[in-house]
Design a protein around this ligand. Structure first.
Ligand SMILES: [Zn+2]
Length: 286
């Protein structure tokens, strides 16, 4: 004999079912979170789970300054680039000519090419990007002005792009992070810059297959207080030395446009990880 269920009991049954459903969803959600988070594990922290770092809005509102080292006109402007400028507790030359490969591919052309490629990728992810120079035929700017561009912009991250002129038998890339400058004024940027350095190092190595430098530093990293560009920065900043122009194997890569495309992509992935990870760990806007 069918019993008629009173509306109040029905309500309680529906209520209990809803509570059970929410509990199941919560457990499933936590499990999913663990799975996604776990896959991003291994090594340096990547973008937050569920965040697509390559989406057109991934880096909206973020400001990045890219500093292509040296300039094409420096070689013919010794007077300008040798004058001394403040470098964070001491004076240093305005700029230098830069390195070149044995076959004559100059560092300034390399850095300008990679910076342009990286800027395009960053913009495709919504970032606003400023380059410290907009051509490869001028002189400078000096190292202090390059640093000021990042500071004036209140950039979230700055990367100076270089290629080294090391010993012919040494190869590989390295990242330079700031040490405390002689005037001690860059103290606030040391910790975030170290995070940026670690993320650029792992993403760049992954994208290019380029080994860590075997002729200087430790694990592809040096910490320096003699570079005006790092001493004068008040925003997170690192130098990336993409390879050794004087090493035959590295030089062949640096001169290859397809390799430079991978180099730019790796650099951008490192910056993206830094910016998204930074956002996740900060207390919020403001
Ligand atoms: Zn350089």
């Amino acid at each position: 004999m069918p019993a008629r269920i009173r509306p109040s009991i029905l309500l309680r049954i529906v209520g209990a079912a809803a509570v059970a459903l929410v509990a199941v969803a919560l457990v499933a959600g936590v499990a999913l979170h663990l799975v996604v988070g776990g896959s991003a594990g291994a090594g340096a922290p990547g973008p937050r789970p569920g965040v697509d770092g390559t989406s057109p809005t991934a880096l909206s509102g973020r400001k990045v300054v890219l500093d292509p080292g040296h300039n094409g006109g420096n070689g013919a402007a010794a007077g300008s680039i040798n004058r001394r400028v403040p470098a964070g507790g001491f004076d240093k030359e305005c700029d230098t000519v830069g390195a070149e490969t044995d076959s004559g591919y100059p560092e300034h052309a390399f850095t300008f090419d990679v910076a342009g490629r990286a800027a395009a990728i960053l913009r495709s992810r919504g970032a606003s990007v400023i380059l410290t120079r907009d051509n490869d035929s001028g002189v400078g700017p000096c190292i202090d002005e390059r640093a000021r561009i990042g500071n004036r912009t209140s950039a979230d991250a700055v990367v100076s792009i270089h290629a080294d002129g090391g010993p012919a038998d040494g190869r590989g890339f390295h990242v330079i992070a700031p040490a405390l400058s002689p005037d001690r004024a860059n103290a606030p940027i040391l910790a975030p810059s170290a995070r940026l350095a670690a993320m650029v190092r792992s993403a760049f190595g992954r994208a290019t297959g380029q080994p860590l430098a075997d002729y200087l530093g430790e694990d592809g990293m040096t910490i320096r207080s003699d570079l005006g560009g790092l001493n004068l920065s008040r925003v997170p900043k690192v130098f990336l030395e993409c390879g050794n122009m004087r090493n035959r194997t590295d030089a062949a890569e640096l001169a290859d446009p397809a390799w430079r495309a991978r180099a730019a992509a790796g650099l951008v992935d490192g910056i993206t990880s830094f910016l998204l990870g930074d956002e996740a760990s900060s207390p919020g806007p403001g």
